[in-house]
Design a binder for this molecule. Sequence first.
Ligand code: NAD
Length: 436
Amino acid sequence: MKIAVIGTGYVGLVTGTCLAETGNDVTCVDINQQKVDMLREGQSPIYEPGLQTLLHRNIAEHRLHFTTNLAEAVSEATIIFLALPTPPGGDGAADLSYVLGASRDIALTISSYKVIVTKSTVPVGTADKVKAIFKQYTDVEVAVVSNPEFLREGVAIEDFMKPDRIVIGTTDETAKGLLNELYAPYVRQGNPIVFMDERSSELTKYAANSFLATKISFMNEVANLCEKVGADVDMIRLGIGADERIGKRFLFSGIGYGGSCFPKDVQALARSASENDYEFKILNAVMDVNALQKSVLVSKIKAFYGDDLTGKTFALWGLAFKPETDDIREAPALQVIDELLSSGAKVNVYDPEAMKNVEQLLGATITYAENQYDALNGADALLILTEWSVFRNPDFIKMSNLLGSKVIFDGRNLFDVAKMNDIGFYYNSMGRATVG
Ligand code: NAD
């Protein structure tokens, strides 16, 4: 099939590349010329495991193309995916200007039936708004479909190629048939394609992300309580996770959720509820808990050293909002850095993939280490902010020699508490006993 994907970010690039991988002819469009130039050379502008290989293969086979020319890309395509940003507007509601603007631009160029598929996360009622734009700017018949994306950065290729489910919101029978055919190779193992109306589909995405964010905030509160009552959150996680109604996954406590999706989607759903005269009380609590949780580690540091951190240097392992990505949007690490700097501390950082993005944002206000051990040199303590695998089994003897004192504040519970006690570290983690 001939496909156009508008917006070549984390979602659009993965979507376009994975659709080309099953033999479709895909043209990806972006307004960022530099990005398009890089992609034409086969260089991925983002770090996503496995993406580079698929990119090379599909470009070489002439199934995957990149352009800034929207009209050219959409004229040939039958299915047009919108993978555009929907950032929070001033009032917390999703900003639809990218999606609606691109819809108008597409409407002005098309001359034959198209299936317009919204992959961006958009509030309930957006499909109606997109339909209205097409009605306003063209007489050509289009089907407007909601098809929210559930991929996780870091495992995006795997998630796209073998999704747990595909949600498609449309009542247009032609569009249903085309999308069923397009997605068939991805659900061969029997995972469902769930067809529904547009509004239910739009709300499904927000409900999924908000539920996951709620799970995280819930476990973070359990961890905070554990520290007060002398319980161990890891034991509780195992104890409750064995109940199939709860499930084992997504029960790890930490320093709060971040990323480009959870914070904005929880906020947008709460906003969308209040616009419809409904107060979504749980979501307000989830946001409050998360805001506090991002400060928990620095509060612990201040309880240890005092409020004034002048003269102290902290080594930070991990900057990305989660492992296996270079994405730092809403990363808790940024708030930790900000709080440390404003309390007078110096900060040395290391992250396997996100250093470049952080350097663009923070410049010379912090120091960037060559590797994880380099970051420890002369630091008073180590803070662990992202659970990259490479941090899980480090050389503790080397660490003892490099650190000014053997102090670790672990926001991701990477190490065994008893082991840290045995090897003589002060070790303060989340929801578990502090030793040393
Ligand atoms: P992104 O910021 O990484 O990418 C958006 C791309 O769109 C950028 O490359 C930008 O240059 C381009 N763009 C902007 N205006 C354009 C225009 N008029 N024409 C062509 N290109 C244009 O965003 P993302 O993370 O891929 O997210 C896209 C959408 O998908 C959002 O609604 C997001 O909530 C949703 N989503 C994201 C993820 C994720 O993990 N990142 C997962 C599921 C859903």
